[in-house]
Design a protein around this ligand. Structure first.
Ligand code: HEM
Length: 189
């Protein structure tokens, strides 16, 4: 199956039936799922898709940050250098990724709920703030005293707070681990 084909892949039909955004939203999610399926093929990695789907009911949480054991400072520095050399293209890519993820109904409903992206003034503040956080991650070291570390702690706390508040208003309205993974795919790569 080619990367852009969208033939029947199981969980995509779930998204299709739940979308209220018409063909564009359904298509874009089907593409993400089809691409993941395509990448996974018949290899053991096929379970990635199942794992992704299981994360749909698990909220983000908040706690102290620890670097994973596979963290590689050399690779991070190389990636940061790559970002600096391709700044413009990387940000255009992120913008496209952001536009793509708002076609995911469970992400859109949280953004509608917080009302920070609904009119130009609030959306401007919110997305300039997002850009400033992103710059910390690409320019700073990942050590507990750095601005990158503080930024990630702040964003994690914000996500966890929004998820808790949203689900208290409407059960099931959470920022899920699945939506974090999809957003990371769209926004970070
Ligand atoms: C890798 C994934 C993600 C990254 C890198 C990310 C990044 C950020 C950043 C930097 C902020 C701070 C912006 C500010 O200070 O106003 C933020 C806030 C926020 N994020 Fe995320 N985010 C991710 C996933 C998600 C997902 C899946 C949702 C679900 C809807 C979400 C919803 C929010 C909300 C509601 C806020 C608070 C501001 C608002 O109400 O819009 N984020 N995020």
């Amino acid at each position: 199956m080619g990367a852009t084909e969208t033939s029947d892949v199981g969980p995509a039909s779930t998204y299709r039936s739940s979308t209220r955004l018409g063909p564009l939203g359904a298509l874009s999610l089907r593409l993400v799922v089809a691409n993941l399926t395509n990448l996974a093929g018949n290899r053991p990695e096929a379970s990635y898709l199942e794992t992704l789907q299981q994360g749909a009911n698990i909220s983000v949480d908040y706690g102290d940050i620890e670097l994973p054991e596979w963290y590689d400072d050399g690779k991070i520095k190389r990636a940061q250098e790559y970002f600096r050399r391709n700044f413009y293209a990387m940000f255009i890519g992120k913008l496209c990724g952001l536009l793509a993820i708002i076609t995911v109904p469970s992400i859109l409903r949280v953004l509608v709920h917080t009302n920070q992206s609904s009119e130009p003034r609030t959306a401007y503040r919110r997305y300039v703030a997002t850009i400033m956080h992103t710059l910390e991650w690409y320019f700073e070291d990942f050590v507990p005293t750095s601005r990158a570390w503080k930024s990630i702690s702040f964003v994690r706390k914000t996500h966890a707070g929004v998820s808790r508040q949203a689900s208290s208003v409407r059960p099931g309205m959470i920022i899920s681990q699945r939506d974090m993974a999809i957003t990371q795919f769209g926004f970070i790569g």
